[in-house]
Ligand binder design. Structure first.
Ligand code: FHN
Length: 465
């Protein structure tokens, strides 16, 4: 009897993966990132909140990467500094001296928000997962959080549970749904005056509420740099998430859990506009799942002052996707909806262009892994400034050319083990391939302008070494 109680106890103490993670990084870091994430490759980030009302930030080459973020409007309005002056001048001129940031909240109405329409667009873009800002650094929550009384989207503004409504629509399209959550809040008095209570009575209950209420597939934390992971009690939270939460099997988290954790601890490693904090990001394949996030323009939140020149073209975005995936990463591409709940048409257009390209060429992206064999692979897996990239899946290697190759594509030092067959995705044209001098040479077929694509993918079927 005693033995069976002990066995039952041990069974309950382990989660379904047979693991019981301890609240220390050494143990937590052993949890594998669920495979669905690495296979998905492309996701959409959504920055939406009270900052979507002024939707304003400075643009131009003289402004630093992080200073262009329109979602930082409130912070810049109150802090001293050169860039901050731009925000203050605009605010004063447009809204007057007595208009507080909080006064924007009732103007965040989301009256045209149609979650099914959004989800339809996301599906068409070829993205496999969505990450919505449930709460950015301003502290305003897009769900009826009990800890954020009168500063959430049900009490004020849209009078809607935006997290809930979007979750339902996104999941009904078969996509994964996740939430961004900022650990820190700029101006929450409890954060400043009683940090431990903030963590125990505000942040922890909020994160657990999000997880238990909506069963997200991703919890994408941010704003972690202000405190260490010990101070945030991140390890305790993750042990709960991995061992006990209703999403312990599938949930994916990132590496933003404390000032010391980026690219070191947690789940996926993250870069932002190619940077990890202020340092250069991951350019070449790293042996750990990672994700690049960036806007289509230069801000995450919608910035009305951005012009066409500030937006990446569809070709440029596809290049970022290709170079990221070929280096083993995912791309989380951000859109900034308007306060009325519409997605700016240029963002829709960019997403649909990516979707169109993926419809033909997604085989070279989804479910693939980077194709790097050794250091001498520079030739076969070039860096981001090159125009030819490689991915692999099953028995195929994909050669992705940003430009139409004028002559033969020479894969140096590559031999096919079985006789390789090469095809050009999206066409029925046969492609000839030969081995010569220890190299594999693909001869691009004749094409017409009608065959134009934003990048061309040659599939090499047959083991190569
Ligand atoms: O400060 C934020 C920023 O507004 C945005 O949310 C990005 C997204 O990765 N993260 C922060 C800076 O790292």
């Amino acid at each position: 009897m005693k033995n069976s109680v002990l066995i039952l106890f041990l069974f309950l103490a382990l989660n379904v993966n047979g693991q019981n993670y301890k609240p220390v990084w050494e143990s937590l870091d052993k949890r594998p990132v669920p495979q669905w994430f690495e296979d998905s490759k492309f996701g959409i980030f959504i920055h939406w909140g009270v900052y979507s009302v002024p939707a304003w930030g400075p643009t131009g080459d003289s402004i630093g990467v992080y200073d262009k973020y329109a979602e930082w409007y409130w912070n810049k309005l109150v802090q001293p500094g050169k860039v901050q002056k731009y925000f203050k001048n605009f605010h004063l001129k447009t809204y007057g001296p007595n208009f507080k940031y909080q006064d924007f909240a009732p103007m965040f109405k989301a009256e045209l928000f149609d979650p099914d329409k959004w989800a339809e667009l996301f599906k068409e873009s070829g993205a496999k997962y969505i990450v919505l800002t449930s709460k950015h650094h301003e502290g305003f929550t897009l769900w009826p959080s009990a800890q954020s009384w009168n500063w959430n989207s049900v009490d004020v503004g849209p009078h809607r549970d935006l997290c809930g409504d979007l979750t339902t629509a996104v999941k009904s399209k078969g996509l994964h749904m996740g939430f961004y959550y900022s650990l820190y809040e700029w101006f929450n008095p409890i954060y400043k005056d009683d940090f431990n209570s903030y963590v125990d009575e505000h942040m922890m209950p909020q994160m657990k509420d999000l997880v238990t209420r909506y069963s997200p597939d991703i919890l994408w934390t941010d704003g972690e740099w202000d405190k260490t992971s010990k101070e945030w009690k991140s390890e305790e939270f993750l042990a709960w998430l991995y061992n006990e939460s209703p999403v312990k099997q599938n949930i994916v988290v990132n590496d933003r859990w404390g000032s010391e954790t980026r690219s070191k601890h947690g789940g996926i490693f993250t870069t932002e506009y190619g940077l990890v904090g202020d340092k250069e990001g991951i350019e070449n394949s790293v042996p750990h799942p990672w994700e690049e996030c960036r806007g289509i323009g230069t801000s995450f939140g919608f910035n009305r002052t951005e012009g066409l020149a500030d937006y990446s073209t569809a070709g440029e975005l596809i290049k970022v996707l290709i170079s990221t995936v070929s280096a083993g990463g995912n791309l989380l591409l951000d859109i900034g909806p308007g306060a009325d709940g519409t997605i700016p048409v240029i963002m829709q257009q960019r997403l649909l262009e990516i979707g169109k390209w993926l419809k033909t060429n997604g085989e070279a992206i989804y479910g693939t892994r980077s194709f790097v064999r050794s250091k001498k692979d520079e030739a076969i897996n070039p860096g981001t400034n090159k125009t030819v990239y490689f991915t692999q899946k099953d028995n195929n290697v994909y050669v992705i050319c940003l430009n139409w190759p004028k002559g033969g594509i020479v894969l140096k030092g590559v031999k096919s083990v079985s006789k390789a067959k090469v095809s050009l995705l999206g066409t029925a044209i046969s492609v000839s391939v030969k081995e010569s001098g220890g190299n594999l040479i693909i001869n691009p077929p004749a094409m017409t302008p009608d065959d134009h694509q934003l990048a061309y993918v040659f599939r090499i079927n047959g083991m190569i070494k």
